[in-house]
Design a protein around this ligand. Structure first.
Ligand code: AMP
Ligand code: MG
Length: 394
């Protein structure tokens, strides 16, 4: 059986994924663009506010009419939001105006209704106002042609509000890379069913699909297969039709019913051992031009394989920033076998990072409690409290 280091295998996978996941732009409707990454700069097509308008329910007047207050002025119009309103205010008069309605030429301030008797024919104004008070000028927020958002921005609700406000119906975004996920195993049953003896609930397809989505991809096919080669083959062929990348779980090690390995080896797949724990048995095949990454079936091994071999390249192609990796001090000593790079589950605590439960690759609840991976190099067998360990953010 061939063997590779983590870095060797990761580099081979990275090159395959980079080719399969070249960034492609597409237009999406603004209301559907939450979380998407802009493929191009977006400039304002109009000014905001679109026209000079009132910030208050009140009276649009010339501040010159309020030199002596209280004062009584004739009301010449009542203008609601959505009305065009008169073009011009006659000197010595007032227009009753609602929030968001256009402020006509000749008016330079708005007196809030609270400072008046709220009259409709004449208005009694008690408080003077300075020019510009409670008037929102055209273009005071954004002027037409300004850069609103640069390519690469990850769109939030606030960004969408701005894009909608300037009247954009559609924005250019990066297409989300399309992944298919196929879990394999005769023992697997979907959640919500009853388990017969020997069966377990299927969790890897759920975990992998969620990981794909959390890192900017779409899971276009998520299914599971028995260990019968024809069933796996059928799913595989559907998967490569619609996906940029296929991930399988299970069926890659040295047992008797290793369906993934059995089906993919004759198609030219590489199946071997990567010097890591968990996640040692790995496979990599190209089927009809589509990379098929085959991860081992233990739930922790599958998810760590995704972290180590797929996540960074998916994020890059989706236009998302790389996941942070740094060094942190261990709060307790750690043992590690030599010759294998260890990815231990850890948690950030006061003063550094600590181990989260044991090394077993079936410990899904411990993985759920972890928030980091501790990356212990192949040649390191013990680390002391206080030693800096490389940390991958989960
Ligand atoms: P395998 O890699 O197929 O030999 O599976 C290794 C271990 O992981 C076995 O205990 C399987 O039952 C378990 N396993 C494999 N696939 C899944 C899955 N999709 N969900 C949960 N457990 C799994
Ligand atoms: Mg299996």
């Amino acid at each position: 059986m061939t063997s590779r280091s983590v870095d060797e295998h990761a580099e081979i996978v990275r090159q395959l994924l980079a080719r399969a996941l070249a960034p492609v732009g597409e237009g999406v409707l603004v209301p559907d663009a939450l979380g998407r990454v802009l493929a191009a700069d977006v400039h304002a097509p109009i000014d905001l506010p679109v026209f000079r308008n009132s910030q208050m329910d009140g009276y649009a007047v010339a501040s010159a009419s309020l030199r002596e207050v209280p004062v009584s002025l004739p009301v010449t119009a009542i203008v609601a939001a959505g009305d065009a309103g008169p073009d011009r205010l006659e000197a010595g008069t007032a227009i009753k105006i609602m929030t968001g309605a256009p402020v006509p030429l000749g008016a330079d301030c708005v007196v809030p209704v609270e400072d008046t008797d709220a009259g409709n024919d004449r208005v009694h104004i008690r408080v003077a106002r300075r020019p510009g008070e409670f008037v929102r000028d055209r273009g005071s927020d954004v002027t037409s042609g300004t850069l609103l958002l640069a390519a690469g921005a990850e769109l939030t609700a606030r960004h969408l509000a701005m894009l909608a406000a300037v009247g954009l119906a559609e924005v250019p975004v990066l297409r989300r890379p399309r992944f298919a996920v196929i879990a394999t195993g005769a023992e697997l049953m979907p959640a919500g069913t009853a388990l017969a003896p020997g069966q377990i609930f299927e969790s890897n397809s759920v975990a992998l699909a969620a990981s794909v989505r959390a890192n900017g991809g779409d899971a276009v096919l998520v299914d599971h297969s028995t260990d019968v080669p024809d069933r796996f083959r059928e799913l595989l062929h559907r998967a490569v039709e619609g996906a940029d990348v296929v991930i399988t779980s299970g069926g890659v090690s040295m047992g008797d019913f290793e369906v993934v390995r059995e089906v993919l080896t004759p198609l030219g797949g590489w199946f071997g051992h990567v010097a890591m724990q968990p996640g040692g048995p790995q496979g990599l095949t190209t089927v009809q031009g589509v990379p098929v990454l085959s991860f081992p079936g233990n739930p922790v091994s599958t998810l760590i394989s995704f972290e180590v071999f797929a996540r960074a390249e998916l994020r890059r192609c989706a236009g998302l920033p790389p996941q942070p990796a740094d060094y942190a001090p261990l709060t307790a000593p750690v043992e590690s076998p030599s010759g294998k790079r260890q990815f231990l589950r850890g948690r950030r605590v006061a003063g550094g990072v600590t181990l989260e439960s044991g090394p077993g690759s079936h410990l899904v609840a411990a993985l759920a409690r972890a928030d980091v991976l501790l990356d212990i190099p192949e040649d390191v067998t013990t680390m002391q409290a206080g030693d800096d360990v490389r940390v991958w953010e989960l």
